[in-house]
Design a protein around this ligand. Structure first.
Ligand SMILES: [Zn+2]
Length: 264
C-alpha cells in the first residue's frame, strides 16, 4: 500500500533536502560488513529493478538510529514487557550470541549485491552464514545485516518521524530481528548448498508464518502499532487458516512489490 505524501508538509521536505545535502558525500565511506559472505543462499532475494530507489543519508544518524533501536528492542529494557515469548526468545538469542561473538550483527550502508548506494526498497535486514576464517570453508558463522539506508527510509520518510523513532518503528525493527533469527534456526549446512527459487520461497513462508503466529497476531490483538505489511500479511495468513502452502500467501511473498515489504 502506498503511503500518502501530503503537499502540506513542506517543512518535512525542507528537512529531507537538508539531510540529502549533508549526506550525499558520506554514503561512500560507511564501512560495509567486515565479513564477506560466502556464496550462499540469501534470505533476501533482490527485488526487480523497478523497486530500487536512491536515498542519501547521514552515516552518523544511521548508526545512531540503529544503535538506539537495538537498545530499545532488548527484551529486559523497561517497556518491553509486551514482547511475546517468541520475540523474547529470539531477541535474547541475538543479544546473547552477539555478546559471545557467535553471531555477527552489523549495520551496513549498502547492499553487498550492488555496492552502489542504490537501495532496494524491500530489504531491511538479511541473514546468512559466512566463513568464519574467510576462506570459504567451515566453520560457518551466522550473521545479520541491517541496511541503514532502508532503515532511515522507513523511519524518516515512510513513518515521518523526524528524530528518534516511534512505537511502530520499534515494532518493525524488533519483528525484523525476530524474522532473521528464525531463518538462523537453520544450521549452516542449510544455507551452504544452492537453493532453488522454490526452496527460498518455502523458507520465507516458514519464517513469515512462524513470526506471524508467534508475534504479529498477539501484537495486533494488543493494539500495538504495526506496519501495513504485517497487517496485510496477517490478513492473508488468516484467510489461509495459518496453514502452509496457501497460494495467496505464496503469491504475496513472490510479488515482493509492497511499498514497505521488509524484511526478507
Ligand atoms: Zn526472510
Amino acid at each position: 500500500m502506498k503511503k500518502n505524501h501530503s503537499n502540506k508538509n513542506s517543512h518535512w521536505k525542507m528537512w529531507l533536502i537538508g539531510l540529502a545535502i549533508v549526506a550525499v558525500v558520506v554514503l561512500a565511506v560507511l564501512p560495509s560488513s567486515k565479513q564477506q559472505p560466502t556464496q550462499v543462499f540469501r534470505s533476501t532475494p533482490p527485488l526487480p529493478q523497478s523497486q530500487e530507489v536512491t536515498f542519501n543519508f547521514s552515516v552518523v544518524e544511521a548508526k545512531q538510529l540503529t544503535n538506539e533501536l537495538l537498545t530499545a528492542t532488548y527484551p529486559p529494557e523497561a517497556g518491553n514487557s509486551y514482547f511475546t515469548p517468541l520475540m523474547r526468545e529470539k531477541l535474547m538469542w541475538v543479544a546473547d550470541e552477539k555478546r559471545v561473538d557467535r553471531l555477527l550483527l552489523s549495520a551496513v550502508g549498502e547492499y553487498s549485491a550492488t555496492k552502489s548506494g542504490v537501495v532496494q526498497k524491500g530489504v531491511l535486514m538479511a541473514s546468512n552464514y559466512t566463513s568464519a576464517n574467510r576462506d570459504n570453508k567451515p566453520p560457518y558463522k551466522p550473521y545479520i545485516e541491517i541496511y541503514t539506508p532502508r532503515l532511515l527510509m522507513l523511519v524518516r520518510v515512510q513513518q515521518k518521524v523526524p528524530t528518534g523513532f516511534n512505537q511502530m518503528c520499534k515494532n518493525t525493527f524488533a519483528l525484523g530481528l525476530v524474522h532473521e533469527a528464525v531463518h538462523l534456526e537453520r544450521e549452516s549446512k542449510f544455507y551452504t548448498v544452492p537453493h532453488s527459487d522454490e526452496q527460498n520461497l518455502l523458507e520465507e513462508e516458514r519464517t513469515w508464518l512462524k513470526v506471524d503466529m508467534g508475534a504479529v497476531r498477539q501484537l495486533r490483538a494488543m493494539g500495538q502499532p504495526l506496519d501495513t505489511d504485517y497487517l496485510e500479511s496477517d490478513d492473508i495468513m488468516k484467510r489461509c487458516g495459518y496453514k502452509r502452502g496457501c497460494p495467496e500467501f505464496l503469491e504475496y511473498l513472490k510479488s515482493g512489490g509492497k511499498s514497505a515489504a521488509y524484511p526478507r
